[in-house]
Write a protein that binds this ligand. Structure first.
Ligand SMILES: NC(=O)c1ccc[n+]([C@@H]2O[C@H](COP(=O)([O-])OP(=O)(O)OC[C@H]3O[C@@H](n4cnc5c(N)ncnc54)[C@H](OP(=O)(O)O)[C@@H]3O)[C@@H](O)[C@H]2O)c1
Length: 353
């Protein structure tokens, strides 16, 4: 299958890189004074260690938020993508497991004629019928190509390490054949962090995606230092702890020191905290709400906190009742998503009842 590939993405990113000054040199950030780090005109970019390609440090996740039923209202999602794109966002994270998420990305991106310039991070969840059976992985990839309207996909990740030892070699072959550009793995659950760290330490992947937030900092122990040591790009999922962080701070004013890093809202506070760690390449917050998108993508500009300010930001959060117990509270407080995934979960719950 071949789609039209005018593919000037590399030139585009090169132009983008040349047109912005960046102070986000990995390893130097903790020594950078907050006030001098950025001006409002610059977007914060990070280099993929293996190639030096630049990416904007704020991306866009799609789990639940882009999963729409046929016929359901959808203009809000188009507006989310538009605001993301117009403000410098380029990196999308999706998966065949996200209901109609891939279709939403492909559909809206194509209608906005931005499809070829996006940096698409997609996933494979493949077990096959027997060990070394890659037929399911191939079918999954072809389906993703069709849904995303893309011949080539930038990054393919083994979703939640499923069948990882069988699938990474398949992805590496696809990379050699030019079907994909980068190979990675993902997880978000804490019991899998040692395994994820092992994959970073083997230094054989381009990208690793991990759960990291101001509240869940376990990746700092082994995964992030190894990523800097081995030159592995890091994507970050769940920066808002699935909306629980934003729910916790609802109605609370920002501390006055947040002005030092030009935070206008709590979303920017949490995102700037994440991307100021020197190991992080890009964070991928999800939203279905255009107003939230404007808040989130605002974190792509302005100064970042240095090490001292990061500690102060954390201390401030630790003073809030409930912060230490956040992992024990239900995800997505106050949110309701009505896509294919939720419908399937609701149907299963109804049968169980
Ligand atoms: N194993 C894996 O590979 C894995 C696992 C988890 C996640 N991921 C990826 O990482 C992405 C991000 O993680 P996530 O979606 O689980 O969690 P998240 O980004 O921490 O939280 C998303 C939630 O935050 C809310 N939100 C976003 N911006 C907001 C704002 N400015 N104000 C108030 N609420 C806001 C969203 O609600 P609204 O819709 O109302 O804005 C949504 O409910 C996923 O979408 C997915 O692409 C991958």
């Amino acid at each position: 299958m071949t789609f039209n590939q005018p593919n000037d993405r590399r030139n585009f990113v090169k132009t983008l890189g040349a047109s912005v000054a960046t102070s986000t040199v990995p390893g130097l950030l903790f020594n950078t004074s907050a006030a001098s780090a950025q001006t409002n005109q610059e977007i914060i970019t990070r280099k993929i260690p293996r190639t030096g390609e630049s990416l904007p440090a704020i991306g866009l996740g799609t789990y639940l938020t882009f999963d729409l039923l046929p016929g359901a209202p959808r203009t809000h999602i188009q507006e989310v993508i538009k605001r993301f794109w117009e403000n410098g966002g380029r990196v999308f994270d999706t998966s065949p497991l996200y209901g109609s998420g891939e279709i939403s990305v492909g559909d809206f991106a194509s209608s906005m004629a931005i499809n070829e310039q996006m940096f698409i991070c997609n996933k494979i969840w493949s077990t096959g019928e027997f060990l070394s059976d890659d037929s399911h992985a191939k079918r999954s990839f072809e389906q993703s190509q069709q849904r995303l309207w893309r011949d080539k996909i930038d990054l393919m990740q083994v979703h939640s390490l499923v069948n990882v030892d069988q699938i990474v070699p398949v992805l590496k072959n696809w990379k050699k054949e030019g079907k994909i550009r980068y190979v990675g793995v993902t997880h978000h659950e804490i019991p899998y962090f040692p395994a994820l760290a092992g994959h970073v330490e083997r230094s054989y992947l381009d990208f690793v995606q991990v759960h990291y937030s101001i509240q869940m900092r376990l990746a700092e122990d082994r995964i992030l230092p190894a990523a800097m040591d081995k030159g592995t790009a890091m994507l970050v999922n769940m920066p808002f702890e699935k909306a629980r962080l934003l729910n916790l701070v609802q109605g609370r004013p920002l501390p006055s020191f947040a002005k030092k890093i030009a935070c206008e809202n709590w979303a920017q506070y949490f995102l700037k905290w994440v991307i100021s760690h020197p190991a992080i390449t890009c964070v991928i917050p999800a939203t279905s709400n255009p107003v939230h998108q404007s808040q989130n993508i605002g974190a792509l500009r302005g100064p970042l906190p240095d090490k001292d300010l990061r500690s102060r930001m954390l201390k401030h959060m630790e003073s809030m009742p409930g912060f230490d117990k956040l992992q024990e509270t239900p995800p997505y407080p106050g949110k309701s998503y009505q896509g294919l995934i939720r419908r399937a979960i609701n149907a299963r719950t109804a049968v169980a009842r």
